[in-house]
Design a protein around this ligand. Sequence first.
Ligand SMILES: Cc1ncc(COP(=O)(O)O)c(C=O)c1O
Length: 374
Amino acid sequence: MSERFIPVAAPVLAGNEKAYVLDCIESSWISSCGKYVEKFERAFADYCGVGHAVSCSSGTAALHVALLALGVGTGDEVILPTLTFVATANAVTYCGARPRFVDIEPDTWTIDPALIEAKITARTKAILPVHLYGYVANMDAVTELAGRHNLFVVEDAAEAHGAEFRGRRVGSLSDVAAFSFYGNKIISSGEGGMVVTDSEELGRYAAQLRGQGMDLNQRYWFPIIGYNYRMPNLTAAVGLAQLELIDWHLNRRREIASWYRDILRDVPGIGWQSAKDGRKNVDWLFTIILDEPIRVSRDDVIARLSERGVETRPVFYPMHVLPPYREMGQEDGLFPVAERVARSGLSLPTWAGLQRKDVIYVCDALRECIGEGR
Ligand SMILES: Cc1ncc(COP(=O)(O)O)c(C=O)c1O
């Protein structure tokens, strides 16, 4: 076992996090009322280039609220890529709606727009693209399809803070979008999420749903059933401090991903997501796939790297193979691209505190594990 341990992800709290949290404690504003909640929401809406941001207790809660705000409910269908984190599909299910799965593009690993139309039915209410690992979905094609079929678009931007499509930030490219600030995300508040939208009506409705359904103008009047999905001031304090340094976090991650690409470029059999015109991706987790001539299985590579002190993680299982979604997935056809990426993909350590020597160590260990450089 190696003495060294390089985690796959870790937050770096290098700014005002401590000062703001102390301020919450000293002022006793630790719950979901407080200036940091408001400041974080305002600053995040401005960052995304939209009018409204509604903080939530998690990215999953934000997705749930985003869908509910659009009226997604029982009997509806929502189209999403099969390769995503389970929260994307679960949020649809929480609404009583049915997820319809679509395969991904082989290069960006985001929803393949060419396959969406075949999944649209009279029940379809929304398309829910996911900017996977920081790579932006083809929003031109998704928006065009949605417009033609009168559907809503919801972005799952949990993994893509700061990414852009044709000069506009993710979160501003759809009717409503959701972000996560879980500890491994580009910026983190520990746990947390944000709904963003340019629509005042949707923003107000999302805020009402997030706060037990309470009327925003009449305290303790509950015209609808909502949820307690509020973000505490303590959490928002961390989130705001992280957002203040988002450019630094993004640049550090960009640098780390470029080191990986440079070092691994010539290793036969290793591939990764690629950029497409008009998309400015961000580097959440640098994720590779192992292909011919590499003969070692992905899971063996993960185990061997772990022995060398390198934590990695497998790519998500596609939704259509998970027990709750297997049956409905079968009706949605075949997903060869997602299955290939899921089977052969792993994410390498990617977080703002990594140094070049760490990346070199990871790449050397990887070469050893796949049988090169011995
Ligand atoms: C694509 C995607 N959607 C949704 C979520 C849910 O976010 P959270 O963990 O904050 O609930 C995550 C992250 O965990 C994610 O990666």
